[in-house]
Write a protein that binds this ligand. Sequence first.
Ligand code: NCD
Length: 505
Amino acid sequence: MEISFKKRDMISITDFGREEIIYLCQQAKKMHGLEKNKQRDGLSDELKNKAMAYMFYEPSTRTKTSFITAMRQLGGSSDGFSGIESTSVMKKETIRDTVMMMEANHFDVIVMRHPLGGSLQWAADVASIPVINGGDGENEHPTQSLLDVFTLYLLNNENLDGISIGFGGDLSHGRTIRSLSLALSNFKDITIRWAAEDFLGMPEDLVELLASKGVTVMREKRVEDVISKAQFYYMTRPQLERMGDITQEDVMKMIGKYRIDLEKIKKSEVKLMHPLPVNSEISEISYEVYFDDSQAFFPQAENGIFLRKALLYEMLKETESIPFSGKLNPLLERGHNRLKRTIKEKVKEERRFIDNIAEGTVVDHLEPGTEQEIAAGLDLTKRGCSSIPAHLPKAGKSFLKTDLPGLSERELKRITLISPEATINHIKKGKIVDKFVYLLCRNMNCVTRVINEDVPPKFYDDKGTVRCRYCRKSYSIRSDKISSNEREEFLGSLPKGIEQITSGS
Ligand code: NCD
């Protein structure tokens, strides 16, 4: 297999395989070698006329500066924003338009961080220049996982098989654990041990996914049990910003006995990693540990520069600049989420409720009690449309009938956010001409759920599992109105795996 990163996006670590990860580690080792041989700027002509845009919608110290440093040492330049206060995001500009502006400004690559899961896949779909994910919500942080893996590669004699690693801190709300464990799943005999309160524990969907890829994941009672059995211990910061009403005090109680102090590590050979930052109030790693030989997290942060230097070099070396087309790809407009329902002729129920209007839309199989809210949300009365929201307790049916001829994507999304898996019927000349269920990712933090971002929901078939193209969470159909034939047909219509949407990226 020929390994090339030229003009490719880096959105999810799962898009890269074992050989590609090893290759990047080897290239990063060369960058590491340059630094050790006092040749920090040895490649400073390589990306001379290349420019990197950084778009950080969330705080960052390491990721942003190490990308900028990497670009500078390769002779390229960087510009962009950190924090949205100074940008037109304050004027409600979408991710799509902001990405287009970066391209219009002749950047060659974008590195972006955003609080919404899936926002990076969306940015990559929009841009024809390559996009690198610097963290999307709780979802992924692929370059962090690569620098973590590179650190393991250096500490473990350039071998990534057979690694035994412990995870601690907050395994539930962060993105580094997800990306690192998925990166490690490419290697043989990987054992992950962890100890944490349930609230901060490894997400079940991740444990299942790892198990399906042959990774052994074991929960231990105490941190000491993890440390005594692992070569490496990867501590993480409680992600308070993603915990809703949970306070720092609550977290302090939960994390108490799981904090890393000298006592816990002194009898072990473990190397201590952390993506950083450490929360100085929670002190998930106590200060005396910083002076201990086990401390590997500062070198790990420097490894980020070598790894990102390797990555940018591999992506952009000897490439032509991509001219700005000024156009959006038409594929960005359409979703892949309409589950076609079979239109049955002469069904008693449907005759009663639906085809006694000649022209319009019937939204059926609503969650009881949502019909009024949906009618209000669509502003039907103001628009001069008929509106018959109804709940028939005996039939257990809630629906909304209107003479509105069709529904826009935003309207469909609005309905689905209120009542998922409703059936939409379009009626012309007294006949149902289109009948479908508009499926919308259930991950509350997914970019597809934000109406004004206009991201069309797209699903794909990942070996029989339906996944959201954007945040990659699995989707299972819940409505019992949808028959197995209709499900099968929908699954058959989905692309197999993540497809490229734009040319050149
Ligand atoms: C991490 C992140 O942003 O996900 N930071 C980083 O990039 N090194 C970890 C964190 O914020 O806890």
